[in-house]
Design a protein around this ligand. Structure first.
Ligand code: GDP
Ligand code: IMO
Ligand code: MG
Length: 444
């Protein structure tokens, strides 16, 4: 007799396909309302992320708490691939409580996740002072992400499970002594200023947050996820940052310190790749970027760039910095789709088009050469090829029905679909405003 296979769950992932801030938080929150998933899991990054969720009058920006926090039946996982900023975590949980969401009973944190220490943000800024000597700041979020991942790779870092050990104080003081030596070196050699007072204060805040963190559910998350999958439950993996900020495939060194690609879902959660099913890629109808490095599709006319920044409220959800605005970059997008394996796409901010015409970047040039491959160094790009399409002003704000959109937006979306047709992607929906229900479906 044939053995009946027990139904297993699957994992879908949502990742950004540009330089971050594509609206992942909004799409994740909406996807989680369908009843398909029992949990949402962060698998990389840390509190450098800023994922906005908006429902009616309520707005929440999650830096470290997964974007299922406003969906009461969804479990929230923080995987081993994440660098955990305890101060942010405790703060966000308190904020959520004020909004009427007590997430502690449904929040599970991997004991293998890496701990961001109180000195990592100082080191982050100190490293920027070193880079600044060469005039090449990355413009990090100052959340200590790079130093926390460096410590993890150098095998001297702390993991979340360590806070439960009786010798945690010793481990922590060894690492802090090492960090202080580094900071003194940065001060002496690169002029990085810090005061003992600031450090004392940061340490106190951090230790207070760790006391709270100890009360949360710290567990073998890989085991829990495998259990849920074996119960037939599905999980949504939440990407932070985006493909163009991936440490291996972005514009190195102007990248973040983790692999943002969905290939990292398995390693960042501790599950086999065989569970991975759909990859949802998120883009904006244009492009934005914060921080250092080149941005080939950046809008050249400053006044037009400002129109986009203002209309799209393009200021960082984590740092408040103004975002650079660029045209939709199909060359970079094709690269990101191929690397990520995205088969379903969300396009956000289609309500934002404050100019008469809109450009789309279709190719990169280095001198006279039109590139076939995505370049290792973006600063070698001398020109981009573009196409012009008619703009649509603010005619599409809040539209929820494909039949009601303006003909200009319709042609724009068809143009994108056509240009990507060989990649066999489906455009799932198109965002027309920040609220979770501001969108219309596109492909059936
Ligand atoms: P994430 O990091 O990818 O989650 O994106 P952010 O939250 O950093 O930035 C996206 C911003 O755009 C947030 O302020 C969202 O509320 C907003 N947003 C998302 N989708 C849309 C949309 O379709 N239209 C408009 N106007 N705003 C949107
Ligand atoms: P979400 O998840 C946009 C950028 C920083 C900087 C570079 C490295 O909200 O899309 P880091 O602090 O990670 O060492 O900074 O990466 N960056 C982001 N840009 N959205 C993000 O996250 C980002 N997280 C990091 O601006 O250029
Ligand atoms: Mg963001």
């Amino acid at each position: 007799m044939k053995k009946i296979q027990k139904k297993q769950g699957f994992i879908d992932a949502v990742v950004g396909l540009q330089w971050g801030d594509e609206g992942k938080g909004k799409n994740i929150d909406e996807l989680l309302s369908h009843g398909t998933y029992s949990a949402v899991a962060r698998f990389q990054g840390g509190a450098n992320a800023g994922h906005t969720i908006k429902s009616g009058n309520m707005t929440f920006i999650g830096h470290i708490v997964p974007s299922g926090c406003l969906q009461k039946n969804i479990e929230l996982y923080i995987g081993n691939g994440v660098v955990v900023d305890a101060i942010s975590l405790v703060k966000e949980i308190a904020e959520l409580k004020k909004l009427g969401f007590n997430v502690i009973p449904r929040l599970f944190i991997s004991n293998r996740a890496k701990l961001v220490s109180y000195l990592h943000p100082f080191l982050d800024q100190a490293e920027e002072s070193y880079r600044n000597k060469g005039g090449k700041k990355i413009g990090t979020t100052k959340r200590g992400i790079g130093p926390a991942y460096s410590d993890a790779r150098a095998r001297r870092g702390l993991v979340v499970g360590d806070i439960l050990l009786s010798n945690f104080d010793q481990k922590e003081s060894n690492l802090s002594e090492f960090h202080m030596n580094l900071l003194r070196m940065y001060k002496a050699r690169y002029g990085f200023e810090f005061s003992e007072e600031e450090i004392k204060e940061a340490r106190k805040k951090w230790l207070d947050a760790l006391k709270e963190l100890k009360k949360f559910q710290i567990c073998d998350l890989s085991f829990l996820i495998q259990k849920r999958l074996s119960e037939g439950k599905n999980i949504l993996a939440e990407g932070a940052q985006a493909v163009m900020l991936d440490i291996d495939f972005g514009d190195y060194p102007n990248v973040t310190s983790s692999n943002t690609l969905p290939a990292n879902v398995c390693l960042g959660l501790g599950v086999s790749h065989t569970y991975l099913r759909n990859i949802y890629g998120v883009i904006k109808a244009y492009t934005t970027k914060v921080g250092g490095g080149d941005f080939p599709s950046r809008i050249k006319d400053e006044a037009v760039e400002k129109l986009f920044r203002d209309a799209g409220n393009e200021f960082g959800a984590t740092t408040g910095r103004p975002r650079m605005c660029g045209w939709l970059d199909l060359f970079a997008l094709r690269y990101a789709i191929k690397l990520s394996g995205a088969n379903k796409i969300f396009i956000n901010k289609a309500d934002i088009c404050p100019s008469d015409k809109i450009k789309i970047v279709t190719g990169y040039k280095r001198g006279k050469k039109v590139l076939e491959e995505f370049p290792l160094y973006l600063n070698q790009i001398t020109e981009v090829e573009t196409e012009d399409l008619p703009g649509w002003g603010n005619a599409n704000y809040g539209v929820k029905d494909k039949k009601k959109i303006s003909k200009e937006l319709f042609s724009y979306l068809n143009y994108i679909k056509e240009k990507l047709s060989d990649l066999e992607i489906k455009i799932i929906s198109v965002g027309t405003g920040p609220d979770r229900n501001h969108f219309f479906n596109w492909d059936k």
